[in-house]
Design a protein around this ligand. Structure first.
Ligand code: BDR
Ligand code: CA
Length: 310
C-alpha cells in the first residue's frame, strides 16, 4: 500500500515510523513533518534519526508547518522529553531533506503514484489542511486519510479534546469536512497497545540496530512516564494496512472550533437517527469511520515481528 506519513516525531510517532519503514506491507513513499509534540526542527531531526535506526532507504522527507493555522504552538515535551524523543535525537544523520515543502511533496507523490495513496497523519493536521486547500486536484486522488487524532469519549489535552486536534482545531475542521474518506484512530483505542519493561528488555537483547533502538526508546519512555507505555500512533498505520484488525463505526463527527471549554473536541454523534428530531440530526456533519476497538494482540505482535525481523 502506498502511504505518506505526516509526523510530529514524538516517541510514538517513532514507533510508527520504525514500523512503516520496515514493513513489507507498507510502501512508504514520503514523510512530511509538522510541529506538535515538539518544534519543527526537533521533529525533523527526530524523524531522520529514526529512519537511520530503521535502516530505511532513500525516502523523501520534507519540512512542513512550524505552527498551527491560528493558535500559537503548544508542545508536549513533558511527555516526549526536551528533544521530543526522550533524548534519543541524533544530529549525525547524513540524510538530506527534500527541498520541497511538505504540501508540494504530497502533491508530487500523489500525482506520480500509479495507484491511489493513503495519507496517514499522526500529528496535528496543519499540513493536511494546507495541502487540501492548496492542491484540491491532487487531494481528490487520495484513497483515504487514516489519522491519529480525536476521541469519541474523553480527551487528553483537555477533558474533551485530544492533543493533535486541540493543537490545531481549524486545520482539523478543514480535514474532517474535506470529503476525503476518513478513518479516525483516536483515544478510544490509542492506549490499548501497551509495551512493558519486559518487552523493552527482549527487544534490547536482540542486539541488532533497529531492535536496540526500539527497545531503548520503550525503556526510556517507561522511565519518563513511570508506567507502561503505548505504541500509540503506530496503531493508525496498522489500521491503514490491516483494517480487519480494527472495528469501526460510521459516525457523524464535528470538530469544535469555538473558544469554550470543548475547543478541539471531536463531537461524535452516537444517536440513533430513528429516534431524534430531524432538525437536531446535524446531517451536514461528515460521516467518519471511527475506530472503537482493535485486535490488541495481533497489532502488537505485528509491530514486534516487523521491528525484530522475525
Ligand atoms: C497524540 O499526541 C501526541 O502526543 C502523540 O504523538 C499522538 O499523536 C496523542 O494524543
Ligand atoms: Ca504524533
Amino acid at each position: 500500500m502506498n502511504i505518506i506519513l505526516d509526523v510530529d516525531t514524538g516517541v510514538d510517532d517513532a514507533f510508527a515510523l520504525l514500523f512503516a519503514a520496515r514493513s513489507p506491507l507498507v510502501n512508504l513513499i514520503g514523510i512530511t513533518c509538522v510541529d506538535g509534540n515538539t518544534n519543527l526542527d526537533n521533529v525533523v531531526a527526530n524523524t531522520l534519526t529514526v529512519l537511520d535506526a530503521a535502516g530505511a532507504g532513500d525516502i523523501p522527507v520534507a519540512r512542513g508547518a512550524a505552527r498551527p493555522l491560528l493558535e500559537l504552538p503548544s508542545y508536549a515535551e513533558f511527555v516526549h522529553g526536551s528533544d521530543g524523543m526522550v533524548e534519543m535525537q541524533s544530529k549525525d544523520s547524513k540524510r538530506v531533506l527534500d527541498p520541497r515543502t511538505a504540501i508540494e511533496l504530497m502533491r508530487d507523490l500523489i500525482n506520480a503514484s500509479p495507484e491511489p495513496v493513503t495519507l496517514v497523519p499522526i500529528g496535528p493536521l496543519t499540513n493536511i489542511a494546507l495541502f487540501l486547500r492548496a492542491f484540491p486536484d491532487a487531494a481528490s486522488k487520495l484513497e483515504r486519510i487514516v489519522l491519529m487524532g480525536g476521541s469519541a469519549s474523553v480527551g487528553n489535552a483537555t477533558a474533551t479534546a485530544e492533543f493533535n486536534i486541540w493543537h490545531d482545531p481549524e486545520a482539523a475542521a478543514i480535514v474532517f469536512t474535506s470529503g476525503v474518506p476518513i478513518t479516525m484512530y483516536g483515544l478510544d483505542v490509542f492506549t490499548d497497545l501497551q509495551m512493558t519493561q519486559d518487552d523493552a528488555k527482549s527487544l534490547i537483547a536482540k542486539g541488532d540496530k533497529t531492535s536496540l533502538f526500539a527497545g531503548t526508546l520503550v525503556d526510556r519512555f517507561i522511565k519518563q512516564m513511570g508506567h507502561d507505555v503505548t505504541l500509540g500512533d503506530y496503531g493508525a498505520v496498522a489500521t491503514a494496512i490491516a483494517p480487519q484488525l480494527a472495528r469501526t463505526q460510521s459516525l457523524r463527527v464535528v470538530v469544535d472550533t469555538t473558544h469554550g471549554p470543548n475547543r478541539g473536541q471531536t463531537v461524535c454523534d452516537h444517536r440513533s437517527y430513528a429516534d431524534i428530531a430531524p432538525e437536531s440530526a446535524h446531517t451536514h456533519a461528515p460521516q467518519v469511520d471511527v475506530v472503537l476497538e482493535i485486535d490488541i494482540k495481533a497489532m502488537k505482535d505485528m509491530w514486534i515481528k516487523t521491528i525484530t525481523g522475525n
